[in-house]
Design a binder for this molecule. Structure first.
Ligand SMILES: *Cc1c(COP(=O)(O)O)cnc(C)c1O
Length: 495
């Protein structure tokens, strides 16, 4: 028989064996501060390091290790991170990174991630302050995009999910909430419209929704890369004549290839005329509205019915932080809210609260993406964020001018925003187009700057997407110089 005292000790021992909290908080503090300091060092000295370098096979082999059964010291595990992961990232935080459209992140964002991790809040619902932070972001995004007070919104992983959710909202608006239970009937015959330059996640959203990507009509673009409004209207009329039901038009506020912004005001007009939901994919561009110098480009964005955009791209919030803003939050409720006994609501207490995000989107358990976004907006302010975006665009225009002045280079598309597509053509204009893929690969290997490769009208193009607030003139100069040097090397001509 145990005495009460002994029983208490046994319970304590058991607790110590099952809780994952440290025994020695003092040692943990020291280790934690070290990890933070290491990361500050890394960020402070970024520019002196390669934008990218291949990970050695010895390091990769460490991640083919047996499943850990017993414990390891945090210090030892952190050492593996420091030596084998940290130096071999994908480079998007580096000032020389221009490949693809990716955000650079910030120190504030990193710190906020740590706080959110410590709090480990679940933002599916209930009555707690983290929910209020997400609501604050909704109110701020309403203000940024001049949306009405009825507008709702929600954090999602990224614009891919936000575009998908928008398709679901539009479907419910057109067919009524019953479609949630009945599914699409053969008579539905829904069709939607976007330009040929629309991001690949949009047709995929149609595949996931069960509507099918063939039902997304891809409309030609004009010479500026914007959806051809006349061709759009013709397509709608044709579809209506053929007995289809147009329900949705999707504009791009910054196309992924070239950064073109569709004529959003004209799209609103079309949507009104043919009774369509008007969604905008603003993943990479929409936050440009924070810059006074760029805001005019997005005229009409305030009229859309839903807007997908990414705080984790131009907003510089650490991954992931996608957002969907919706003109009427009731559309979200009608598409997603459902009854469940284990999620019953109370008038007061922890199960209270009048806004449960799980009623407004597809996720139940949700992380605290709002905190890093709140910290970013609060500490830097929208003026500094807008200025950083405008500086990116000025660098892009400068790059375009350099390309146009340089006979060995050719600009392949007009520059509306922060993306420049061009090719190395050689001093005589006769270099084989395939040389551009080779140049990009070699630039990555050199590690000074990292553009990406795309294809425009079937032609390989070097693409510099300038999204990082750390990118400077010297990085643009290094890009141009690097391309000219590699291009002029005879051995590359053999390709
Ligand atoms: C990046 C991007 C997306 C996809 O967004 P994720 O956040 O990566 O899911 C969609 N559309 C455009 C125009 C993009 O640039």
């Amino acid at each position: 028989m145990f005495s009460l005292q002994e029983a208490g000790r046994v319970a304590d021992d058991r607790h110590q064996r099952t809780s994952l909290d440290p025994d020695d908080w003092q040692a943990l503090r020291k280790q934690g501060h070290q990890m933070l300091d290491d990361m500050f060092d890394h960020l402070q000295t970024l520019a002196a390091k390669p934008v990218w370098q291949p990970a050695p096979s010895s390091g990769r082999a460490l991640f083919d290790a047996p499943l850990p059964v017993e414990a390891s010291d945090l210090e030892d595990v952190h050492a593996i991170f420091r030596d084998n992961i940290l130096p071999y990232g994908s480079g998007n935080i580096h000032p020389g990174f221009m490949g693809w459209v990716q955000g650079g992140g910030t120190v504030t964002g990193m710190l906020a991630e740590m706080l959110a991790g410590g709090l480990n809040a679940n933002l599916g619902g209930r009555d707690h302050m983290p929910i209020e932070v997400e609501r604050q972001i909704i109110r701020w995004t309403r203000q940024i995009f001049s949306f009405p007070d009825t507008a709702g919104g929600i954090f999602l992983t990224g614009a891919s999910q936000a575009n998908f959710v928008a398709v679901q909202l539009a479907r419910c608006r057109k067919l009524g909430v019953d479609v949630r239970a009945t599914g699409l009937s053969d008579e539905a015959r829904l069709v939607a419209y976007a330009s040929r330059e629309v991001h690949g996640c949009v047709p995929r959203a149609f595949e996931m929704s069960g509507i099918g990507s063939d039902q997304l009509r891809r409309i030609p673009v004009n010479s500026a890369g914007q959806i051809d409004i006349e061709a759009l209207e013709q397509a709608i009329l044709r579809d209506r004549q053929d007995g289809h039901r147009p329900f949705l038009v999707i504009g791009s506020a910054g196309t992924v290839n070239t950064g073109a912004v569709d004529d959003l005001a004209a799209l609103r007009g079309i949507a009104d005329r043919y009774d369509l939901h008007f969604h905008v994919d603003g993943a990479l561009g929409a936050l440009g509205i924070l810059s006074e110098d760029l805001a005019d480009l997005f005229a009409g964005i305030e009229t859309c019915d839903s807007l997908a955009f990414d705080f984790h791209k131009w907003g510089q919030v650490p991954y992931d932080a996608g957002f969907l803003l919706v003109r009427d939050s009731e559309w979200q409720r009608q598409t997603f809210a459902s009854e469940a006994a284990y999620l019953s609501r109370a008038a007061t207490g922890l199960a209270g609260g009048d806004w449960w995000p799980c009623d407004y989107g597809p996720d139940l358990s949700r992380g605290f993406r709002a905190l890093k976004t709140w910290f970013t907006l609060k500490t830097y302010g929208i003026k500094a964020l807008g200025n950083a975006m405008n500086a990116n665009c000025m660098l892009a225009r400068d790059l375009a001018r350099k390309v146009e002045r340089e006979p060995a280079l050719k600009l392949l598309s007009p520059v509306a925003l922060n993306i420049v597509c061009f090719a190395y053509v050689g001093p005589d204009g006769k270099a084989p187009p395939a040389i551009n893929a080779d140049i990009v690969e070699r630039l990555h290997a050199e590690g000074r700057v990292a553009p990406s490769l795309t294809h425009l009208n079937g032609q390989p193009a070097i693409r510099a997407a300038i999204v990082n607030h750390r990118t400077r003139q010297a990085d643009i100069d290094a890009l141009v110089q690097g391309i000219l040097t590699l291009g002029s090397r005879q051995d590359l001509r053999q390709c």
